[in-house]
Design a protein around this ligand. Structure first.
Ligand code: F6P
Length: 342
């Protein structure tokens, strides 16, 4: 078979491991590959490179994606689906393997209804895709955030400050909870639990009354105050999938906490640092397993599915299952984190 591969949405450490896994296993099965550039944008423009064992050598440890990525939505472009078909026809493609999150795989799901054979690979540092216990890239993001929290701890302690660390997490607080627990955060705020800023301040005061001289607050970018909306420093600008560009809840919290507690406060927004650089070993292994498993699915003609991790096994789940709703933070995990608040 001739197969098209693409990486869509925000990039993610481990994408290259998936591409390498697909190509290595697929060439052993006698398949040929093209890699579309910049996600669905490359499919629409028929812009692609040949993927072979030679062109995917030496990429396992590299962050980002050798194919490039974008948030292009073919369903927002006139004649988008026809353009997808035309590119596949011109390139003689029998199937597509899109590697992406809810948006990229949402497009893939619609293309299945158009009769296009697709096997999806789940990707997001946010770890919020349903149907899989983990997505690759998440552990790398957690490690980066944890390292940052460790560093912020020492400077917070030196200056008797409250430091608010904003991490990624649009719908779900997985990165905030994991890095917050690992980094010993004193408060963790997540999208699943709208917060009351007075409760946050009370918790910090309680800690300082007990002798602490500094505090660390970890907040997910999608966390919202009980009486407010999502916070965006970017004036509500949205992408082709309708997502608001997030970022800035830590700015508001810094001000509110300093005003209400009197403790000097500083905020840090980690942003895209969490998505950059070399993937940790776990993400290289998971990405490799997903890539190989995607070819197994193609070989079985099992289209309309996404490869996924369940426990320690790689399985296939219908794309519908993955896209039904985001996988929110496990309540028990948050309760464990709460033991260390205040
Ligand atoms: O979707 C993953 C994510 O990391 C979100 O947490 C974040 O809101 C978004 O990507 C930001 O991506 P970009 O700035 O690249 O559009």
């Amino acid at each position: 078979m001739r197969i098209g591969v693409l990486t869509g949405g925000g990039d993610c450490p481990g994408l290259n491991a998936v591409i390498r896994g697909i190509v290595r296993k697929g060439s052993q099965s006698g398949h040929d590959f093209v890699g579309f550039r910049y996600g669905w944008a490359g499919v629409l423009k028929n812009e692609a490179i040949e993927l072979s064992n030679a062109t995917t050598r030496g990429i396992l440890h590299r962050g980002g994606t050798i194919l490039g990525s974008s948030r292009t939505n073919p369903y927002k472009v006139d004649g988008g689906v026809d353009a997808v078909r035309e590119s596949m026809r011109q390139r003689n493609l029998d199937a597509l393997i899109p590697i992406g999150g809810e948006d990229t795989l949402g497009v893939a799901r619609k293309l299945v209804d158009e009769g296009i054979p697709v096997v999806g690979v789940p990707k997001t540092i946010d770890n919020d895709l349903a149907g899989t216990d983990f997505t690759f890239g998440f552990q790398t993001a957690v490690q980066i955030a944890t390292d940052a929290i460790d560093r912020l701890h020492t400077t917070a302690e030196s200056h008797n400050r409250v430091i608010i660390v904003e991490v990624m997490g649009r719908h779900a607080g997985w990165i905030a909870a994991y890095s917050g627990i690992a980094g010993g955060a004193d408060v963790i705020l997540v999208p699943e639990r709208p917060f009351d800023v007075d409760d946050v301040c009370q918790s910090i005061k309680h800690r300082h009354d007990g002798g602490a001289t500094f505090s660390i607050v970890v907040v997910a970018e999608g966390a919202t105050p009980k009486d407010g909306d999502i916070v965006s420093e970017f004036g509500g600008a949205t992408d082709a999938f309708g997502h608001v560009r997030l970022g800035g809840i830590a700015v508001a919290l810094e001000k509110a906490i300093e005003e209400r507690t009197g403790y000097e406060s500083r905020m840090t927004i980690l942003g895209h640092v969490q998505r950059g650089g070399t993937p940790v070993a776990y993400d290289r292994v998971l990405g490799t397993r997903f890539g190989v498993a995607a070819i197994d699915a193609v070989n079985d003609g099992d289209f309309g599915k996404m490869v996924a991790l369940r426990g320690t096994e790689i399985v296939r789940v219908p794309l519908d299952v993955a896209l039904a709703e985001p996988k929110l933070l496990d309540a028990g995990l948050y309760e464990t984190a709460e033991v260390f608040f205040g």
